[in-house]
Design a protein around this ligand. Structure first.
Ligand code: 5GP
Length: 189
């Protein structure tokens, strides 16, 4: 997605050869026009998947997910990083964050993810695939079907994309980064 790539080149900050900061338009300040264009693009790419729900993780996945849900006319569920005291017996999965070097648990209430649901997962970044695998586990626990996964930015030099595609998951990434070496963002292709 050209407008996204341009924005990453203009405003992305390379924190290390492994981590890209996009706080100016995705991770802290949000650009609604760009996020709507992202939603339109995901809706186009998954138009034939016949999904009826979108699943993401709080907090940074919510904005692109809700724009996609708006464009597709379907509800958006976000997995929570803390179990609310009012939530009984949720689906639970573990995530390891390589960027934050910690493990955390995500939960989703049983009433929103049901057997028979066809689910599209949306997230901001794909790195090693731990968050994506945790979302896939929540879907499996619910007896629902994972129809595909969309990422705003995929760091193709980390292993998540390979892992998910090897499992036969339909993965779409709007900007695929080949490298952040030398303080330069290089895109795939
Ligand atoms: P994974 O589970 O695929 O290793 O990492 C994905 C999650 O980690 C994303 O939801 C995102 O929040 C965070 N993440 C991974 N790499 C980056 C990065 O380079 N920049 C930012 N801002 N977040 C990242």
């Amino acid at each position: 997605m050209e407008s996204l790539k341009q924005r990453i080149l203009q405003e992305g900050k390379i924190i290390s050869p492994e981590v890209l900061k996009v706080d100016g338009f995705i991770n802290h300040q949000l650009d609604p026009q760009l996020l709507m264009a992202i939603g339109v693009e995901f809706a186009r790419r998954f138009a034939y998947s016949h999904v009826n729900k979108i699943l993401t993780i709080e907090a940074s996945g919510i904005a692109p997910a809700v724009m996609t849900g708006y464009c597709m006319g379907i509800p958006v569920i976000f997995a929570k990083k803390e179990k609310p005291s009012t939530m009984d017996n949720p689906y639970v999965a573990e995530v390891h964050s390589f960027t934050k070097e910690k493990d955390y648990t995500i939960v989703t209430g049983r009433e929103y993810l049901k057997p028979g649901d066809k689910v599209l997962c949306i997230d901001d970044f794909l790195a090693y695939g731990s968050a994506a695998m945790a979302l896939s586990s929540l879907i499996e626990q619910a007896g629902a079907h994972l129809a595909g996964m969309g990422f705003v930015i995929e760091k193709a030099f980390q292993q998540g994309g390979e892992l998910l595609r090897a499992k036969g998951i339909h993965v779409e990434s709007l900007a695929r980064i080949e490298s952040l070496e030398g303080g330069v963002v290089t895109f795939c292709e």
